[in-house]
Design a protein around this ligand. Sequence first.
Ligand code: BGC
Length: 721
Amino acid sequence: MKKNYEERIRTLLSKMTLEEKIGQLQQCGPSLVGAFDVSFDELLNMMFDGRITREEFDRLMGTAEQDFHEDDLRAGKIGSYNGIGDSAAANRLQKIAVEETRLGIPLLFGYDVIHGFRTVTPIPLAESCAWEPKLWEKTGRVAAKEATAAGVHLTFAPMVDVAKDARWGRVSEGAGEDVLLNADYGAAKVKGFQGDDLTKEDAMAACLKHFAAYGAGEAGRDYNRVDLSVQRLWEEYMPAYKACIDAGARAVMPAFNDINGVPCTVNSWLLRDVLREKWGFNGLVISDSNAIAECVSHGIAKDKRDAAKQALLAGMDMDMSSNSYVECLKELVESGEVPERVLDGAVEDVLRIKFELGLFDHPYQTNEERESVCMLTEESRAIAREAAVKSLVLLKNENHILPLKSDAKIGIFGSLAADKGQMTGAWAIGARPEDCVSMVEACQERGISCQYSEDGKDMLKIAASSDVLIAAVGEMKEESGEAASRADITLNREHLALVRDLLATGKPVVVVLFNGRPLAIPELAEHVPAILEAWHPGVEAGPAILDVLFGDVNPSGKLTTTFPAATGQCPMYYAHINTGRPGGKSKFTSKYLDAPVEPVYPFGYGLSYTTFAYGELKVEKKEDAVWVSVSVSNTGERDGEETVQCYVQHVAAKRVRPVRQLKGYEKVGLKAGETKEAGFMIPFAELSYYDWDMNKIPCEGVLRVYVGGDSRAELMEEVVL
Ligand code: BGC
């Protein structure tokens, strides 16, 4: 049962000075100080823009030490830290907070635990391809057990930004382009992270992000403006955030971007009217890194003081990293520009989450001993392998080139086949390269006959003595994630050249793709006989990939993001509208002169080593829902799993509706020759939509229901509502 801490919160608040209240709203990270005169951020910039070399940067970093701002902590000026994932450091700081500050209010430790802590699981985009909420919850639990053992109380995850533009680097951090999948993924992660009781030592509060519509940035450029109709915002983006709140997420991070002209950081409609009033959220709202100060660059605040004022009034409780609140709030409250009751509301939210996490009663939730036994256990590695296997998507398999025979002689090419550090993908701060198993290493462990060349050297010699050649190509982990948008999402020149050279040897070629976003790979799709999408699969990369390549496991992953044929098609997504002139053969239709109108691989797509056939589709109107059922058979010779997908199209609506929208999915395990029923109950409420005036209206008239193994499913029945 959820406990009520309101009385204790109010009593504590009544004892706090203005400075102590403001201190609770301050989150900082340890700063790095060393033999450099500039800030760490500036040093990083200097390296990225070439003012200093990588070597010089590394040398200077070697002199760096962490400054934890302990004097400020003692003075009650810090309520939370970000980025400390080490129980000894956390407990040392917690002791100062509890024993040396006037009121002894415990600290809250936040951290980006995005896809695992030490046991790094596949990047979220990859894991979403499993279409399996139970798995998402399970890996969330593993992450929480490890992170909390390292002293973390709050993770800045899940990210449920629906992302339809493959140019955006952060597509890697979420569950792809579909709102239902993001909602389910987010809710499952919240449950996994938080467990069933937040006061338990292995429960970690979830901070959903980035509220809202960060994934809709113009042209796929990170941090960019979001100019979106309110209807699309509510229909295609908001339900994913709402699902996390409904699942009990206790924190929210507003996004960097503006929505229709108002940055989310100072957007009182978003943070007060929607989040608190409409959705009833009473947890913690914490800014994105430095976002409050950045409102000056947005051109919405004249200085940091103005930004601090707007943010607090809009409902931003905690300031991550910008020092705007500690520097400006005292004066703003004393001058009456910010009413003290608004400040009190923010402080209450901070205290509430600390009470809910049990920090007042148990400020030290871990120790070095627990930390040392919790990491990278056999059990968590097994779960990471399961997740990696289920994330892999077989994109092409001509002439049944896969699975490989167990005695096949293979030649492996490309640095990604051996680079352990690359397997973790973006946002894996606690990861260690030595924890990861690469493809080459996994081959050696299995005793597979394999020759490896990182750069294509000795290609002809290796090809001559191999049955099959494997190219490990794609993106480095730095090429996706934050601040990693790309204006060209094709395969880079060297990787493409490697694949072409391998094809020229005449030997069968299998491409294993490592990447954090969909890539435009029409040439590969046409010429390479087999392609396995591996994403950035985490610590168990190598074993999982071999499980599928050698057929120990039948692949079952399905894409949660469309693979365009050309960058210029972006944003490309399955749930588009038709236009009055859908792209076709004739001239005056909606298409490109120099690129197809279709993607290379559609949303929902993924092959198996067996085949599935769909039987009769039945669609029935019930009292308040549409009931859909279909039989699915495994018509091949191997056991397998099929994710049955159900899409709808509203034929004549008051506002144009997507050609297809995912309304249900079910992963069905089928033995060779077996047939099972899959069924979906779609409540009318989930078919309703907004009209021009933002009235929610029911779906009426003809509804087409499509069922099949991907978003191009042709099996269709109509029902009249
Ligand atoms: C990112 C957030 C992240 C935060 C804290 C920001 O740059 O946008 O997603 O949680 O840093 O590390």
